[in-house]
Structure formats: structure tokens, C-alpha cells
Design a protein around this ligand. Structure first.
Ligand code: HEC
Ligand code: HEC
Length: 349
């Protein structure tokens, strides 16, 4: 019995050694082609089975916009990650989704308007891609013109300013790159490439971007305490004003797909949803690492907004003595892991 387990142990040891040797070899081969080929782990990262803390899980149960036909799988999100960072999605191979949705900016851009593949500028400010799956209606863009994430993700690819492709041209292009057919096979069971699968994979990757490891989350789980300023900031966020901040940016993900009141930063050039001076607001989580806020990017950052932007923004003007407290509270919503976790990082380097 003992001899047998030593023998089995030796075999396992030898196998592990061989496996780690092989995977090391794979990695270094791939690194040699770093600019053009993605470097992926031997075993896919876990996207499908993340255990969220109770307060996040409860919100997900109520608000999740994942369609029954496109539940996150590890292979699907892995393909989505490669597509998201691949400049080949643009007509001249210069722009990827991540060019305008940068990990270090909470998957938003730091520019007021973003530059497309030929240098042209987008009509609106870019948006964060964090916690998209909690937007219950599933509607996407500042004016909610895309009915679902699956329909949204194909639009930048075909937009004449952003990426300048047609879906037919992209399908042919991807089929001609050696790394895509095996990734599509792992994700969807066959090497065939079509726009439905591209949309599904990108959506799976984006829906996996959930922030749940901020100070705010630790406090909600009893693992940390707010400072007095942070605690007062939370109270102000939840209770101050006729329509509270939380009325439109509902915790725990700090968004709601049904705004409590028609609202927009006044803008004569852009009247948003149904031309009614209404706009979507994405999740306020990680807002402290973002810059160029609101649909036209005209507010430099959180400090500028709370410091009394001129002209004042309706519903967003706060008393001078409250501003530092709200700022302290909003800073607790930052989850740094989204920009450090390799599963969300650029596989092309
Ligand atoms: C050239 C810059 C640019 C590129 C490239 C780009 N986006 Fe965007 N993205 C934007 C802008 C600007 C908006 C807001 C546009 C609007 O509302 O009219 C946006 C909005 C979005 C939204 C809506 C988020 C929400 O909460 O409603 C999603 C999702 C998104 N982009 C995903 C992607 C994906 C996936 C890709 C790659 C296939 C991509 N983007 C490529 C600039 C870009
Ligand atoms: C009546 C609903 C409503 C209330 C109340 C409200 N907001 Fe907003 N908020 C929005 C909408 C809608 C937007 C996007 C508007 C736009 O871009 O024109 C927004 C945008 C923001 C942004 C910029 C987000 C981005 O992605 O660029 C921040 C930050 C913000 N709100 C914080 C707050 C704070 C703090 C309060 C309380 C003092 C508050 N909001 C009150 C609806 C509201």
C-alpha cells in the first residue's frame, strides 16, 4: 500500500514537473510573439464561478441582465478578453476596445472625447465598463440606444469613427489568424467564427468585470470600519436632498436602470434618451480613479463636481462642508483588483 502511494506520488511529481516545464516553454514561445499573439494561461482563469459577498449576490439576484442563452463560461470570457484587447478588431489594426476603455481608468478613457482608428473623435465621453451586468434593463450607451449588451458590443466595431470594420470583414480576418479558431472552439464547440459568437464572448468578458473588493465591501461584511468622514459621507449620500444621490445611484453597485427623475447635465447639443434631457449613469464604483465625467466629459473629476462646477449641475451641487465627506465616502468604492488581476489584463504583452 505504502509502496503504491510512493509510486503514484513519484508519477504525479514527474508529471507536474513535465507540465510546468511544458507550460513554461509555451509561455516563452508565445512571449517571443508578444505584439501579435495573446499569451494565455494553460488553465483558463475563473470567470464563471466567483463567490460574491452576500450584499453583492443579493443585488445580482435582483438585477442581473445576463440572458439565459449567454451565461459566462471560462472559455467564453477568455475569448472575450482576447477580442477586447486585440487591435485587429479595427480597420487599420491600431485600436482595440481597451484604447478607449482603459483598465487603469476603471475601463473608461481619460480623454474628454476618445480617438478612433483614423484619428476622429467620438461624439460623447467614453463610459466605464464595470458592473454592467447590474444594469437591470440591460440598455447600453449614454442614451440607452442599444437594447442589450450583446447588441451594443458589435456597434463600436462597425462605427465609422471608432473601429471602422464591417462584421463580414472581421469574421474573415479573425478566421485567418491562427489563435482564434481554437479559442472559438473552446468557447462554443466549433471553430466557426460569426458575429453572434463575437458578441457573446465580448459580453461574457464584460459581465465578469464586477467590483466587490473595495473598502466599502469590507465594511459591509464587518471586516473594516469607515472613518468618521466616510461614515458621514455615506449618510449624506443616502439621505441628503429632496432626491438623494442614492435615489439615482443605488447601492451596492451605485447605479439604477430606472432614474428617479429626468436628469442630465444641461447640454444644448445633446439631449440624451428620447431627447428628454435624460441620460444613463453607469456604476459609480471606482469613480475616484476616473476623470472627464458625465456624457460630454465636461466635468474634470469627482473633486471638480463636488467643488461646485460652474454652472452648477442640478442634483449634484452639495454644501461646501459636505463635499469632503462625500469625497471620502466615494473613495471607499475603489476596488484596485480590477486593474491588477491578470484575468482582466491585456494578453498581448
Ligand atoms: C474610439 C473609442 C472607443 C472604442 C474603440 C470602443 N468604445 Fe465603447 N464607448 C465609447 C464611447 C464614446 C461610448 C459612449 C458612446 C455613447 O453613449 O454614445 C462607449 C460606450 C460603450 C459601452 C456602453 C456602456 C454603458 O454603460 O452603457 C460599452 C458596453 C462599450 N462601449 C464597449 C465597447 C467594446 C466591447 C468595444 C470594442 C469592441 C468598445 N467599446 C470600443 C468609446 C469607444
Ligand atoms: C435625479 C437623479 C440623480 C441624482 C439625484 C444624482 N445623480 Fe449623479 N448622475 C445622474 C445621471 C443621470 C448622471 C449622468 C448624466 C449626464 O452624463 O448628463 C449622473 C452622473 C454622475 C456622476 C458622473 C458619472 C460618470 O460616469 O461620468 C457622478 C460622479 C455622480 N453623478 C454623483 C452623484 C452624487 C454624489 C449625487 C448626490 C450629491 C448624485 N450623483 C445625484 C443621476 C443623478
Amino acid at each position: 500500500m505504502q509502496t503504491k502511494s510512493i509510486f503514484v506520488g513519484t508519477i504525479i511529481g514527474a508529471l507536474t514537473c513535465c507540465l510546468s516545464f511544458c507550460s513554461k516553454k509555451n509561455t516563452s514561445t508565445a512571449t517571443a510573439n508578444s505584439a501579435t499573439e495573446p499569451v494565455l494561461p494553460a488553465t483558463a482563469y475563473n470567470y464563471s464561478n466567483v463567490s460574491f459577498p452576500a450584499h453583492i449576490a443579493a443585488s445580482l439576484a435582483l438585477n442581473d441582465n445576463t440572458p439565459a442563452g449567454n451565461v459566462i463560461t471560462d472559455a467564453g470570457a477568455t475569448l472575450g478578453r482576447v477580442l477586447f484587447y486585440d487591435k485587429k478588431l479595427s480597420a487599420n489594426n491600431t485600436i482595440s476596445c481597451s484604447s478607449c476603455h482603459r483598465p487603469e481608468q476603471a475601463f473608461d478613457d481619460s480623454a474628454t472625447l476618445s480617438k478612433g482608428f483614423a484619428g476622429g473623435l467620438t461624439a460623447r465621453n467614453s463610459m466605464t465598463l464595470l458592473n454592467l451586468r447590474f444594469y437591470k434593463s440591460g440598455k447600453m450607451f449614454w442614451d440607452e440606444r442599444a437594447p442589450s449588451l450583446e447588441s451594443q458590443v458589435l456597434q463600436p466595431i462597425q462605427n465609422s469613427t471608432e473601429m471602422g470594420m464591417t462584421m463580414a470583414a472581421l469574421e474573415t480576418k479573425l478566421a485567418g489568424l491562427n489563435y482564434y479558431p481554437p479559442l472559438f472552439e473552446k468557447a462554443f464547440g466549433s471553430t466557426g467564427i460569426d458575429s453572434t459568437k463575437i458578441a457573446r464572448a465580448l459580453s461574457q468578458f464584460l459581465r465578469s468585470m464586477v467590483t466587490y473588493q473595495s473598502k466599502y465591501d469590507k465594511v459591509k461584511q464587518g471586516q473594516a470600519n469607515f472613518t468618521p468622514d466616510e461614515a458621514q459621507g455615506e449618510q449624506l449620500f443616502l439621505t441628503a436632498g429632496a432626491v438623494t444621490c442614492a435615489g439615482c445611484h443605488a447601492p451596492p453597485m451605485f447605479l439604477t436602470s430606472e432614474p428617479a427623475a429626468p436628469f442630465a447635465l444641461r447640454d444644448v447639443n445633446d439631449r440624451g434618451i428620447a431627447n428628454e434631457d435624460r441620460f444613463k449613469s453607469g456604476s459609480l464604483r471606482n469613480i475616484a480613479v476616473r476623470s472627464k465625467l458625465f456624457h460630454n466629459g465636461s466635468i474634470a473629476n469627482l473633486q471638480a463636481m463636488l467643488g461646485g462646477a460652474t454652472p452648477p449641475i442640478p442634483n449634484h451641487t452639495v454644501l461646501p462642508q459636505d463635499a469632503p465627506k462625500l469625497l471620502a465616502f466615494l473613495q471607499t468604492l475603489t476596488d484596485q483588483t480590477l486593474q491588477t488581476d491578470p484575468k482582466f489584463s491585456n494578453p498581448f504583452k
